[in-house]
Write a protein that binds this ligand. Structure first.
Ligand code: SF4
Length: 331
């Protein structure tokens, strides 16, 4: 028996597939990433089936309610004022316009409506308006989600009172790689906001982006950090970097699609009860890669032609793919 077989057998034998753990060591997460591909996918799919209907995909729609002009310097983001990407800064959308978009999303099959604003953090007067939007979207019978930057505990409480179901705040990458991507706030700032969101009783949507020049070890660190949060995020978006001209990451090396699939699979195994979202980057992804991601335990997508400011597959193309794979929208 060689070393690799021993490792695989130990992982299969020792891991209780139903356990929700918060004590993943990096060595354990690394071992998962290094499993032979068929073994990794088999394990991820087995855990997926114990926790979800493997034919269902949760569908979210994301609307940019306030675009561009963001003072943060996230190296991947076309909405930062630090980079010349051609994205024009716009004011916060009017309530009626947001509700019209939410109605259209619901008619197109979305069950969750996410509202994104390019802020470092919301001002209280802006939050008043966002709270009205949250209440209005909720009244349409949709789940509500927002991503507005950093929040105080008080702001998180106000959003909860308005009816917010989910707050998205990504850790983006490993603690070690974070400083190479963002300098205007710290990893701890992110963790603090996630804590405020949890304390307010809002579900957490938190994941990261791969393909940002990170090492394999950084992907391990990102998943280990997410899986060791005090509670697992209910939604874990795993994004493939969308390279935008003008941003510092516009011309970096692309990640191997199979490494992306591995990242999805390890997220599924380490956070067995979370919805794992195959998020940004699908526009440039082959159908075969997306199919492998679903096999690896992804069970959510963003639906609609735009993700904030970057392209996403047209709705018809997505529906054709789901049809081909025999997948249906989660109720
Ligand atoms: S990712 Fe968000 S916080 Fe960062 S620059 Fe873009 S809009 Fe601002």
């Amino acid at each position: 028996m060689d070393d690799r077989t021993t490792l695989t057998e130990r992982l299969v034998r020792d891991t209780d597939p139903d356990a929700v753990r918060h004590d993943w060591t990096r060595a354990e997460v690394r071992s998962l990433f290094e499993l032979p591909f068929p073994e990794l996918i088999f394990r991820a799919q087995s855990i997926h089936r114990r926790n979800f209907d493997p034919t269902e995909v949760q569908i979210s729609t994301l609307l940019s309610i306030k675009t561009g002009g963001c003072p943060e310097d996230c190296a991947y983001c076309p909405q930062s004022v630090h980079y010349d990407t051609g994205v024009k800064a716009e004011k916060l959308m009017a309530l009626d316009a947001v509700l019209a978009e939410a109605r259209a999303a619901k008619d197109a099959g979305a069950s969750r409506f996410c509202m994104g604003a390019a802020w470092r953090e919301p001002k209280d007067r802006d939050l008043d308006k966002v709270c009205e939007m949250v209440a209005g979207v909720k009244a349409l019978g949709l789940e509500t989600c927002a991503t507005l930057g950093m929040l105080t505990g008080n702001q998180a409480g106000r959003l909860k009172a308005a009816g917010l179901d989910y707050y998205n705040h990504n850790l983006d990458t490993s603690p070690e790689h974070y400083g190479a991507i963002i300098t205007t706030r710290t990893y701890q700032d992110r963790l603090d906001t996630l804590g405020h969101v949890r304390t307010a009783g809002i579900h957490v949507c938190c994941g990261g982006i791969v393909g940002m020049g990170e090492s394999a070890e950084d992907r391990i660190g990102m998943i280990a950090t997410l899986a060791n949060l005090p509670e697992h995020p209910e939604s874990v978006p795993i994004n493939m970097l969308v390279k935008v001209e003008g941003t510092p990451l516009a011309h970096g090396q692309a990640i191997d699609p199979l490494d992306f699939v591995r990242t999805i699979a390890v997220a599924r195994i380490t956070m067995p009860k979370s919805v794992v979202r195959l998020s940004a980057g699908r526009e440039d992804m082959r159908e075969e890669t997306q199919a492998l991601c679903f096999l690896a335990g992804a069970n959510s997508i963003f639906y609609g032609p735009k993700l904030l400011t970057t392209p996403n597959p047209e709705r018809d193309r997505d529906m054709r793919l789901l049809d081909k794979l025999g997948l249906v929208p989660m109720e």
